[in-house]
Design a protein around this ligand. Structure first.
Ligand SMILES: Cc1cc2nc3c(=O)[nH]c(=O)nc-3n(C[C@H](O)[C@H](O)[C@H](O)COP(=O)(O)O)c2cc1C
Length: 175
């Protein structure tokens, strides 16, 4: 049995929902999984874990600053054991942008940070107009208009391919 830590960065909770599915699947492989918000990692004893998985959503083109800082700060530890990263964004709903090699945010992030986790994934996120602040709703609608997505301001759409999430969970569980 391995101990696996999943560190997540979320604004509206969708990345956490994905993490919970990953946790369930990884636990089926007999491993122990701990989930923690990237903002609470100071309380975690990182060297205790055999594998570290980081998942983060995109907001206005970027993963949360805390994710970048966490990776920079613990780079040596992350390089010393198996690690994985996944990105959650709405652009990944497009077939040409839904893989680690083709998703612009993931590519840019990895290039900038220079860290090479062994396992990578990208998942399409959730669109939830009613939940957004007015200004965010306007911007997201504009992006959707330009990229031929839903523009009805009452739309709530989960673009996530849960089979892909489960498959990634199984891959993470094979240590
Ligand atoms: C204010 C805001 C800005 C966003 N900006 C982007 C973006 O630039 N590119 C993108 O692909 N998705 C963008 N998204 C979509 C989110 O990445 C998506 O909704 C994701 O599921 C959010 O996950 P979370 O709830 O874990 O934060 C944005 C969403 C919001 C609310």
């Amino acid at each position: 049995m391995a101990r696996i830590l999943i560190v997540y960065s979320t604004t509206d909770g969708h990345t956490l929902k994905i993490c919970r599915v990953l946790q369930r699947v990884i636990e089926q492989h007999g491993h122990a999984v701990t989930l923690t918000d990237v903002g609470a990692t100071e309380q975690i004893d990182l060297p205790d874990f055999d594998k570290i998985v980081i998942g983060a959503s995109i907001r206005y083109g970027k993963h949360g600053r805390q994710v970048f800082d966490f990776i920079q700060k613990h780079r040596a530890l992350l390089d010393s054991r198996p690690s994985a990263f996944f990105s959650v964004n709405i652009v990944a709903r497009k077939p040409g942008k839904n893989r680690p090699e083709t998703n612009p945010y993931l590519r840019r992030f990895l290039k900038r940070i220079g860290w090479r986790p062994q396992q990578l994934a990208v998942f399409a996120g959730k669109l939830d107009y009613p939940r957004y602040r007015r200004v965010d709703r306007v911007v997201i609608r504009l992006i959707m208009l330009l990229t031929h997505g839903p523009t009805d301001p009452t739309s709530v759409v989960e673009f996530t391919d849960w089979q892909n999430v489960e498959a990634f969970g199984h891959a993470l569980g094979e240590i």
